[in-house]
Write a protein that binds this ligand. Sequence first.
Ligand code: SF4
Length: 305
Amino acid sequence: MVGGLNNSYEGSVGVFMNGGIEGTLSRLRMSSIPVKDIANQAWCEKQMELYHIYGMKLTKPMQAGSAIHEDRQKIAYVKLAVEPVTYPDRLYKTAYENYMGIKNLGEKGICREFKVYGSINGFKVAGQIDELRLSGGNLVIVEDKTLRRGGSPSSRLKSDRIQVMLYKKLVDDTSAGLYTYENFSYAYRIEGMELSESFRKGLEELGITPGILRLNAIYKRMFEELSRLPKASSALELRYFERENGRQISSIDVEYDKAYIEAELAHSMAYWSNMREAEPVPESEKWKCDICTFFKDKCRVWYRG
Ligand code: SF4
């Protein structure tokens, strides 16, 4: 119960498991925490959890937003032209595309859809940075968002700020050697994983050098390249695009605030560590319920029908 609210929802799985670090993750059938989920906790933690329990219905605005992202992806994204078959293949694809992205960054000063990994309070955390840019010798992290026509970024600014600051934290941890290939390899158990025969054959046909044809080799190379990148700037950027036509509406500069992100992460991790239930929005933000797909049906916290 949160502050005496009706904190129940249909098909409730809000029963606490036996604690332990994997409690919430295993209850939600997850193996790692996406950066986006940590950001979404700041919008409505309960909604984020319900998405995992009941799945996310792709609404028309969400589809329009994805189309804009896909369009922007074409600006500077090096896609591996071999289709993965197995989980190790998919891991390989990610590392290879990141590796090529770093090369692109060196040559053209930009790369997109860059996957980052890290560890927070012992949890695996992963995310995808929309854009990395080199500017004045620094690495600039940019996150793109879409809004409906006439929309304002102000209502979602808190979660967007958390997302982009968390990306910087993960990049910094890798650059500082706090999260290395060894950490990744242990967390994802990649040593000994084999690529499927057809995928490996496809890589050979592309002419990928034998030195990076194995999963552990491509990740070692990726982490080596990552450690050579310039320091990530504290000046982060949020860009907002109109969902209907992809036109850029605004750009907001966000200054990295270590104390702020650490405090937000402490609150967020208390949920993932199974120390508390998912919190609904406070009364002052119950307007969010009007645009929530779970309102009335799966979540009746603020329903007064
Ligand atoms: S209905 Fe409101 S409180 Fe419930 S999940 Fe949706 S936004 Fe959160």
